[in-house]
Design a protein around this ligand. Structure first.
Ligand SMILES: *Cc1c(COP(=O)(O)O)cnc(C)c1O
Length: 509
């Protein structure tokens, strides 16, 4: 028998429902006519409770997640999210707090935010922190808008260029362009660092700043970071730190101490707030005292002299603030989780996180480098970039290897990023993977290489045990079918596009 599961909309039968309401014990009242719906609800399925539960539980199990498998997705830091964070975020005083409730009723929540600002500042060596931005990319936009505001405030109107290394994450150039500035690309040298000659040639009185990730996007520490900072500052520019790779240097390097002026933290990467599927995330930002007046508000301030009648913790708006980046107080639930993480580990624990993350990444790199060529022959930081070019298997590509890993029960690593490495496979195990799990992963990668040489079709056909096989990823992203539409769906099926229904129709609705 096949595993056909009809889409939930087609299970509907009139009159079925899953709710039991008590008998009315007040006089019935009719709704005002302007609030009444005149048309029938289109295609709302009528189902029993068990049918609804099975539908949602089933589709939830199709989600690959860190709670079920190792997820070595480079640059994304898919570490395990401890469950104590969920408990903390569900404490009623946090979970039920209303964003419009007054400061006097929010002292505990404000204290948590104030302390988190302080911890993040301390860990990174910055003077001020704003918890506003919703994600790393929004933190970047915040930073570049702050750079622009800072230059303009000094009457420095010509600084309209942002330098971005060729290995950078796509959000960096996108951010600079979105802020209305011009993107200038900087080459990488043959050790994977910023090319100093290219940097010198492109710095000018038009430079607003440099956006740099350190460790960088090939998983390597920028060896000349202090010299890079000196040159940028000498040219009148500012240093933006993309903090997505902060997991490699906690308690070891303070970005503020090596020349960065501004940085975003991906609380959902380094500080274990859950992410994936686009949210929720938090891209808090830190900066020097010089840039602090431009930060987006509100920040949380503390008044030591407050009496019991005052609000010791209160919102404060920086004097030249670029404005608010996010409604209300940022993604508050994420802040509670990050606070809990920092308090659980303490300073030594955070340092151990980074030491272990770096050790794990190098363990995998060394165990695989005889089969998968390394992009740069150096000790890596928290992730390594290998190439999916297997000797003796010329028709196998990185994409095939990634898809085959799914059959072995692993989420694939990041592929084809950074763009400067051909057939890139970027592996980030994080500190939360045990040696045993990493050994399984290494064994899978070695077996896949053997399969590639012996019968490469196994790889070309992978994955074979998933509800859906290889999708047209560009089309899925650009023309997503997000709600069930029987006519559209039947048409796709006829055209052979919805091949997926043979395996499971429910997975495409
Ligand atoms: C994840 C990431 C970003 C963007 O962060 P989001 O929170 O996904 O917006 C930027 N740069 C690098 C290097 C990243 O890995």
């Amino acid at each position: 028998m096949d595993t056909y599961e009809p889409p939930i909309f087609e299970l509907s039968s009139p009159g079925k429902h899953g709710a039991n309401l008590p008998e009315l014990d007040v006089p019935a009242a009719s709704l005002p006519t302007n609030l009444l719906r005149n048309d029938d609800l289109a295609a709302m399925p009528e189902l029993s409770e068990v049918e609804v539960i099975r539908h949602f539980t089933r589709i939830s199990q199709r989600n690959v997640c860190i709670d079920t498998v190792m997820y070595p997705l480079g640059s994304c830091t898919m570490k395990y999210n401890p469950k104590i964070h969920e408990e903390a975020a569900r404490i009623a005083g946090f979970a039920m707090a209303h964003p419009m409730q007054g400061e006097n009723l929010s002292q505990g929540a404000l204290q948590m935010m104030y302390e988190l600002q302080h911890y993040l500042g301390e860990i990174s060596g910055f003077d001020a922190v704003s918890l506003q931005p919703a994600a790393g990319a929004q933190g970047e936009l915040t930073g570049i808008l702050v750079f622009r505001a800072y230059h303009l405030d000094r009457g420095d109107t010509e600084r309209v260029e942002v330098l971005v290394p060729d290995a950078a994450h796509g959000t960096n150039p996108a951010t600079a362009a979105m802020a209305g500035l011009k993107v200038i690309e900087i080459k990488s040298d043959d050790r994977g660092n910023v090319d100093m000659d290219d940097l010198k040639a492109k710095l000018s009185p038009r430079t607003a700043g440099l956006m740099l990730t350190n460790p960088n996007t090939v998983g390597l520490f920028e060896e000349q970071i202090q010299e890079v900072s000196r040159l940028v500052h000498e040219a009148g520019g500012l240093m933006y730190g993309d903090g997505a790779n902060f997991n490699a240097i906690l308690g070891i390097v303070k970005p503020g101490a090596v020349g960065f002026d501004f940085m975003h933290y991906n609380l959902h990467k380094t500080f274990t707030t859950p992410h994936g599927g686009g949210g929720p995330g938090s891209g808090a930002v830190g900066c020097t005292a010089e840039l602090a007046p431009f930060l987006p508000g509100p920040l949380v301030a503390y008044n030591e002299k407050a009496t019991a009648d005052d609000n010791a913790y209160h919102f404060a708006y920086p004097e030249k603030s670029i404005g608010q980046m996010k409604t209300f107080w940022g993604n508050f639930g994420m802040l509670v989780r990050a606070w809990t993480y920092i308090r659980t580990l303490g300073a030594e624990g955070l340092r151990e996180v980074s030491e272990t993350a770096v050790l794990n990444a190098n363990y995998i790199r060394v165990k695989l480098k005889d089969i998968y060529p390394q992009s740069f022959d150096r000790i890596c930081m928290h992730e390594s970039v290998l190439k999916g070019q297997i000797e003796g298997a010329p028709d196998v590509r990185t994409l095939d290897i990634a898809k085959r890993l799914i059959d072995y029960g692993f989420h694939p690593p990041t592929v084809y990023f950074p763009l400067i490495v051909p057939e890139a496979l970027m592996i980030e195990p994080t500190e939360t993977e045990s040696k045993r799990n990493m050994d399984f992963f290494i064994e899978a990668m070695r077996r896949i290489a053997a399969e590639a040489r012996e019968d490469s079709d196994i790889l070309h056909e992978a994955p074979t045990n998933t509800p859906v096989r290889r999708l047209d990823e560009a089309r899925a992203a650009r023309q997503p079918v997000l709600k069930y539409d029987k006519v559209k769906f039947d048409k796709l099926r006829e055209e052979g596009e919805a091949r997926v229904h043979e395996v499971n129709m429910a997975s495409v609705i």
